[in-house]
Design a protein around this ligand. Structure first.
Ligand SMILES: Cc1cc2nc3c(=O)[nH]c(=O)nc-3n(C[C@H](O)[C@H](O)[C@H](O)COP(=O)(O)OP(=O)(O)OC[C@H]3O[C@@H](n4cnc5c(N)ncnc54)[C@H](O)[C@@H]3O)c2cc1C
Length: 267
C-alpha cells in the first residue's frame, strides 16, 4: 500500500489528481476497520492529518478534519451532544466530522445535524477548485455520496443563522460505544421546528409533513405533539436488519422526535 502525507490542501488535491483511485485517510476509524477486517485493500492512501486547512473551525464552517473531541467542546449544543456519543474517547480523539460525512452511513451520528440545519458540504478538486453541495444532494444512498472521484471534502458549511435551541438523542442496543438504531436532531428556528433523523432511511432525512403540522400551532399542545410523533413514525422509511426491526425503528423515531420537541420547548 502506497502512503503519502501531504502538508497542505493543494498538495492533497494534487496527490488525488495524480492517483484518482487513492483513498483519503483522516482518523482511520472507518477505513482501517474495513482494512483490518480484510474487506478492503486500497492500493494508495493519502493521509490528511497534517492538512491544516481541514482543521479550521469558523462561524460558517467546520473543517472536515475536525475531530469529535474538539466538537464535544464546541458552541453548537446538539453537535456537542452527538459528538459525546461517538464511540469512545480514543475514537473521538482521531475520528473526524469529514470522515463521518464521507462514509455516509445511514446511522452516522453527525448527519442529522447537517440535515436539520439545511447545511451544505464543501468539496474541492485540483481541476475545479471548491464547490458547495446542499446536504440533500450530497447524500444519495446507503454509503453513497455525490463526491466526484477527484474530490476531497473540505468542510461542513453552516447557514448564516444557527439556532441556540437544538437537541440530539439516539437509541441503540446499549448505552455507550453503540451504532445508532435511530438518531434524531430537533432545532427551533424563530419558533419553527426542524426535525431530522438517521438510521430510518438510506440517507439522513427531514420529516417535512410532521414539521409543518407541528409548526401550524405557535405553542403545540401535548395532543399536537403526540400526533406529531405518530406522523414521524409513519413518515420514516426504516428497514429490518441485524440491529433492529422496521417496527421498532418507526416507534423509536416517533418517541425520540417528541421527546426532543418537548426539550426544545422547555429550553
Ligand atoms: C469502535 C467504533 C465506534 C464508533 N462509533 C460511532 C458512533 O457512535 N457514531 C458514528 O457516527 N460513527 C461511529 N464510528 C464510525 C467512525 O468513528 C466515524 O464515522 C468517524 O467520524 C469517521 O471519521 P475518520 O476520520 O476516522 O474517517 P476515516 O476512517 O479516516 O475515513 C472514512 C472514509 O471517509 C473518507 N474520507 C475521510 N476524510 C475525507 C475527506 N476529507 N474527504 C473525502 N473523503 C474522506 C475515507 O477515504 C474513508 O472512505 C465508530 C467507529 C468505531 C471503530
Amino acid at each position: 500500500m502506497d502512503f503519502v502525507s501531504p502538508k497542505d490542501l493543494s498538495e492533497a488535491l494534487a496527490a488525488k489528481a495524480e492517483t484518482p483511485d487513492a483513498e483519503f485517510l483522516s482518523g482511520g476509524t472507518d477505513l482501517m476497520v474495513s482494512v483490518n477486517l480484510g474487506n478492503h485493500r486500497p492500493r494508495s492512501v493519502i493521509g490528511l492529518r497534517h492538512v491544516q486547512e481541514l482543521q479550521e473551525i469558523a462561524d460558517s464552517r467546520i473543517g472536515a478534519g475536525v475531530t469529535w473531541s474538539r466538537l464535544e467542546q464546541g458552541p453548537h449544543r446538539a453537535l456537542a451532544q452527538l459528538a459525546r456519543t461517538v464511540g469512545s474517547p480514543q475514537i473521538r480523539a482521531v475520528g473526524t466530522y469529514g470522515g463521518n460525512v464521507a462514509t455516509a452511513s445511514p446511522a452516522g451520528d453527525g448527519l442529522p445535524w447537517i440535515a436539520a440545519l439545511d447545511a451544505s458540504i464543501a468539496v474541492a478538486s485540483q481541476a475545479r477548485g471548491e464547490r458547495t453541495i446542499p446536504w440533500n444532494e450530497f447524500f444519495i444512498g446507503v454509503k453513497r455520496t455525490s463526491l466526484a472521484p477527484d474530490e476531497l471534502i473540505t468542510a461542513v458549511v453552516l447557514p448564516d443563522e444557527v439556532p441556540d435551541v437544538q437537541e440530539f438523542a439516539k437509541v441503540g442496543v446499549r448505552n455507550a460505544m453503540v451504532i445508532s438504531t435511530v438518531n434524531c436532531v430537533v432545532m427551533r428556528f424563530d419558533g419553527a421546528f426542524r426535525v431530522a433523523l438517521g438510521s430510518v432511511a438510506p440517507t439522513p432525512i427531514r420529516v417535512y409533513e410532521p414539521e409543518a403540522m407541528l409548526n401550524a400551532e405557535s405553542s403545540p399542545s401535548p395532543e399536537a405533539i403526540a400526533e406529531f410523533g405518530r406522523l414521524v413514525s409513519r413518515e420514516v422509511r426504516p428497514i429490518t436488519d441485524h440491529r433492529s426491526t422496521e417496527a421498532y425503528r418507526r416507534h423509536a423515531a416517533g418517541v425520540l422526535a417528541q421527546r426532543l420537541v418537548r426539550r426544545c420547548l422547555a429550553a
